[in-house]
Write a protein that binds this ligand. Structure first.
Ligand code: KQY
Length: 370
């Protein structure tokens, strides 16, 4: 049986490991809502299958699907992928799944953040979100992990860690006030330190242009290893992304991580700008309570939204003009891993990408001998 703990991970000696540390596996959810995924979600389902298959080359993958979609999902996904009946309101496992934490005695637990669909009734993306808010708890039961129920709203895509005490976040997302009204920067930092076991929080400004999550960090920048960061970059000064990325770079160059290191920052090209076509927008059903999809709207496309697996990196392919450069740079950044590109446009049309639809389960740390 698993328990809900009333202490905090940091207080109990737990920390969130970095994504580049070894994994026991990966969790995803099966997309189906027709008011977010065009054409009844069939194209997104194909894209999710390709992502699951790519990750399954490197580590075990589990996919949660609704009762209505279970049989179809099981038939579409590779046999090596475990499919489990699991309700959710959409398919963003990064944000609704647990954030796993480990200690140095080989124990693993999970943080179950409160979830309000990226902004609640004021500015969230859909209503209701009650099934999403139960996903982390269910995954933790299946994984046999004790649970910390965080007393504040957070999403997994809103934070990256280096596993050595540093967290990376954006002001646009965490200071907007639609997650935790009234919470000041210091309150948020205290929450991240207590629930992720970090000591230093580095604040970037805005996230990627038009990111409907209010600028999640996982679309803008991420750790490649401790002290090394990949940052989405636009050269064209007429592109609004150029100023956002320049500001992020300046902040990163001025920052020090929890161990006092300066950062080495590597730029990944920004695709596009890409926009939603009229036929793509027409394929999404409109529904009261869900944000509408409009033709011509700029998509929050980013190669930084990749997933690091055991021995692999799974990267969204987004634009023929920039895909090759992104892959070449990522291969240089991850010399010990196989970098695999998977078509990402259908996932992007739903508002995120490969990192947003995945959640790693870290391998328990090896307890010290003796
Ligand atoms: O990027 C994410 N982490 C989630 C995107 C949610 C989009 C909902 N339409």
């Amino acid at each position: 049986m698993t328990s809900t703990l009333t202490t905090t991970p940091a207080g109990d000696g737990f920390r969130m490991p970095a994504e580049f540390e070894p994994h026991a596996g990966c969790w995803m959810l099966w997309p189906e809502r027709p008011d977010n995924w065009r054409e009844g979600a069939v194209r997104a389902q194909r894209a999710f299958c390709a992502v699951a298959a790519a990750i399954a080359q490197f580590e075990p993958v589990s996919v949660g699907a609704s009762a209505a979609q279970y049989e179809f999902a099981r038939a579409q996904l590779p046999a090596a992928v475990r499919v489990i009946e699991l309700s959710s309101n959409d398919a963003w496992m990064r944000d609704v799944g647990p954030t796993f934490v480990v200690n140095d005695r080989g124990e693993r637990r999970g943080v179950d953040w409160r979830f309000n669909a990226w902004g609640g009734l004021e500015s969230g993306l859909y209503f209701p979100w009650d099934a999403d808010d139960l996903v982390a708890r269910k995954v933790l039961e299946i994984e046999g992990c004790d649970r910390y129920r965080a007393p504040f709203v957070m999403e997994g895509g809103a934070v990256h860690v280096d596993g050595e005490g540093t967290a990376l976040v954006t002001e646009q997302c965490l200071l907007r006030g639609n997650r935790n009204p009234g919470a000041a920067r210091a309150d948020i930092e205290a929450g991240l330190c207590a629930y992720l076991g970090v000591r230093t929080v580095i604040w970037l400004g805005e996230g990627v242009c038009n990111d409907e999550t209010d600028g999640h960090i996982d679309n803008l920048a991420c750790f490649v290893r401790p002290g090394v960061i990949a940052l989405t970059w636009a050269d064209d000064p007429r592109d609004a992304q150029a100023m956002i990325s320049r500001d992020a770079l300046a902040r990163l160059m001025a920052a020090r991580d929890a161990r006092g290191r300066r950062f080495e920052v590597h730029k990944l090209p920004s695709p596009g700008p890409l926009t939603m076509t009229a036929s793509e927008a027409r394929g999404v059903q409109s529904r009261t309570g869900t944000q509408p999809r409009r033709a011509g709207r700029r998509l929050a496309a980013s190669y930084v939204n990749f997933y690091i697996a055991n021995g692999g990196v799974v990267v969204p392919l987004l634009d023929e003009r920039t895909d090759r450069t992104a892959l070449v740079r990522l291969r240089r950044l991850f010399p010990g891993r196989k970098v695999v590109g998977v078509p990402g446009r259908e996932i992007l049309l739903g508002g995120g990408n490969i990192h947003c639809i995945t959640q790693q389960v870290p391998a328990p740390a090896r307890p010290p001998r003796g």
